[in-house]
Ligand binder design. Structure first.
Ligand SMILES: O=S(=O)([O-])[S-]
Length: 131
């Protein structure tokens, strides 16, 4: 078996030390803020199963760096809105790594939700069910 020199837990821990994370309660309070755009990084099957934050932009994790980059052929105008982007995933691990990547790219303002969509639901956040 491969012995890793850096675990995924450690990667996430390092990312969390470098990024801004909102509590789920603070994120819920921003739901109707026109200057905020929520970005759901989860797999489409997770959205279908569990719903999402109303109005959230779904961005598959693997496309994020390309969608934010105006020089990429995959660029999405939604990321040029000048809003503050609040990334989230299921539990806050993928979003921590993703937020760190965007900070490293010079993209912002960007932050994530501590505890992800699970924490959002537990904080009483509205859920938009797909069907
Ligand atoms: O979405 S996750 O935090 O479980 S990787």
């Amino acid at each position: 078996m491969t012995t890793l020199t850096l675990s995924s837990d450690e990667l996430v821990r390092r990312a969390k030390a470098r990024i801004e994370s909102l509590t789920a309660e603070d994120a819920v309070a921003l739901l109707d803020d026109p200057n905020t755009r929520f970005v759901d990084l989860r797999d489409v099957r997770e959205l279908q199963r569990e719903g999402t934050v109303p109005g959230a932009l779904h961005c598959p994790r693997g496309m994020l760096e390309f969608w934010v980059d105006p020089d990429s052929p995959y660029h999405k105008d939604a990321f040029a809105s000048g809003q503050r982007f609040v990334l989230f995933c299921a539990l806050g691990h993928r979003s921590a790594l993703a937020t760190q990547q965007l900070v490293e790219m010079g993209f912002g303002p960007v932050c994530d939700i501590e505890g992800g969509f699970k924490a959002w639901r537990e904080a009483g956040g509205t859920v938009d069910k797909k069907d």
